[in-house]
Design a protein around this ligand. Structure first.
Ligand code: GLU
Length: 499
């Protein structure tokens, strides 16, 4: 029979102990890319054996987050597959069976030590300036004693019998050759007294039974890998390939944990970050193609991503870069779609309220979708994330309070500014309501602004009068959106202010 080419099967194995951390999404992304670029499979497995840390709702945050990011999985808790179940708490019998198999092989043993005994051992070792480690007293129990204790239902765990003084070496696809000495490893608990497996047993059993070819996870799991390698050896299984990814760091180089800053994906989704931007950003947190190219679509990532180019050093989370990418992707959105995704943010900011097929923007004032579309299109270039539209576009709905000094353009005397505003007011009054477009307004105002020999002295106060802000889009665009009456009213207000 012809030999089948090796299949790449990667997995994302989060513990549902909180909300989806963006660092976890980066791990998921790298695993997903690896599978997709080799035409392999990407598996989602929930590692929920730590009952104390379980957070309700965390599992659905994981499903939703992956879906949002477009990281589809081929097998997982909510879709099943040939190697299920994909939730560890539903696989308890499997782990038990494997732990007992190692006991039978003499590679693991029952330990009946209670908390107090373990603590006593620890304190004695600390006092003797030794690294705390289980002293293996249960390894030497007589077979009959073990049987008796088991019969009496004495609480117990199953521990791994770590060989003494063995060199454990492996090749990590990111970090190269790694070497450990088994003497540094404690006799790891495999099965806890409540019958639940520890992470170490469950991860190895599942990665093997689920046919995982590459284990991609963050560097914090590196010290666990020698234990895992020994377990593969104990079971007589072939180990997968390992790739330990760099940690994500805050700007001050501290580890990006749950407590500091904005780390939940949900938070970014809420603020209006786009999946394309987030994926592009996360891809570069620990990987670099080695070229100048910074904008990557997901398909380009599938093509160019490579574990060889993943860094060893921690990756600093640069929020400005994320904003830059997000604003880039916002600019690419076509107007209808942009309007649709901006609407919830305008509603949230209490600027618009749906009323039949129209939108109420103030008591009795209704606008259509076209009007909102103009605002979204105009504000698009100033958005780093969608939620900013609430603040940035507020002035269309209500003129903000501003100081009269803001109307003054450079050294221009106030009287001149006033004259300019009077002039634009007249011009605007004369434009026919139905011709009130930015092109038309510009066509008439520009020659007047040129005439006074200083465009700014007319355009600046006009823009401030219309927006009440230091920074805003250009005056003609704003005027068109505000409409003739509102524009006139705002210019009149500015004139009153300046006298
Ligand atoms: N459940 C572990 C976690 O929460 C998985 C680590 C691994 O990928 O082996 O990150």
């Amino acid at each position: 029979m012809e030999k089948q080419p090796p299949v790449v099967r990667t997995r994302f194995a989060p513990s549902p102990t909180g909300f989806l951390h963006i660092g976890s999404l980066r791990t998921a992304l790298y695993s997903w890319l690896l599978a997709r670029q080799h035409g392999g499979q990407f598996i989602l497995r929930l590692e929920d054996t730590d009952l104390k840390r379980y957070v309700p709702g965390a599992a659905s945050a994981i499903y939703n987050g992956l879906k949002w990011a477009g990281l589809n999985y081929d097998e997982g808790p909510d879709i099943e597959g040939p190697y299920g179940p994909y939730v560890q708490s539903q696989r308890l019998e499997i782990y038990k069976k494997h732990a007992h198999e190692l006991v039978e092989k003499g590679l693991a043993y029952y330990c009946f030590c209670d908390e107090a005994t373990l603590e006593k051992i620890r304190q004695e070792q600390i006092a003797a300036k030794k690294a705390p480690k289980y002293d293996r007293r249960c390894l030497n129990l007589k077979k009959t004693d073990v049987e008796k204790k088991l019969k009496e239902n004495t609480p117990h765990v199953i521990r791994m019998k770590i060989p003494e003084n063995r060199k454990i070496e492996f090749y990590d696809l990111v970090r190269g050759k790694m070497s450990y000495n088994s003497g540094e490893i404690d006799d790891q608990i495999l099965l806890k007294s409540d019958g639940y497996p520890t992470y170490h047993l469950a991860v190895v059993v599942d990665d093997h039974l689920m046919n995982i070819s590459h284990v991609t996870r963050t560097e914090e799991w590196l010290p666990s890998t020698p234990k895992h390698i020994l377990l593969y050896e104990f079971f007589g299984w072939e180990a997968p390939q390992w790739a330990h990814l760099p940690l994500l760091l805050n700007a001050d180089k501290t580890k990006m944990s749950k407590r500091k800053g904005d780390v939940t994906l949900e938070n970014y989704i809420k603020k209006g970050y786009l999946p394309e931007a987030m994926i592009n950003f996360l891809a570069f947190l620990g990987w670099n193609p080695g070229t100048e190219k910074e904008i990557y679509s997901i398909d380009e990532l599938i093509k160019d991503f490579s574990l060889n180019k993943v860094h060893k050093a921690g990756a600093v989370f640069n929020a400005e870069k994320l904003n830059w990418l997000n604003s880039y992707y916002i600019k690419q959105i076509e107007p209808d779609k942009l309007t649709e995704i901006c609407i919830p943010y305008l509603e949230e900011a209490d600027l618009i309220k749906k009323n039949g097929s129209e939108w109420e923007i103030a008591d009795g004032i209704k606008k259509d979708l076209k009007w909102i579309k103009k605002i979204a299109a105009l504000e698009k270039d100033r958005l780093e994330f969608l939620a900013q539209i609430g603040e940035n576009a507020k002035f269309f709905f209500k003129l903000p309070a501003y100081e009269k000094e803001l109307l003054i353009w450079k050294e221009t005397p106030a009287e001149k500014i006033k004259e300019s505003l009077e002039k634009v007011k007249t011009i605007i009054s004369e434009i026919n309501e139905k011709d009130f477009s930015k092109e038309k307004i510009q066509e008439i105002i520009m020659p007047e602004a040129e005439k006074i020999g200083n465009r700014g002295a007319m355009l600046w106060p006009l823009r401030v009068a219309l927006s009440g802000q230091k920074n805003s889009p250009g005056p003609f665009e704003i005027a068109e959106i505000l409409g003739k009456d509102e524009s006139k009213k705002r210019i009149e207000k500015a004139i009153e202010k300046i006298v």
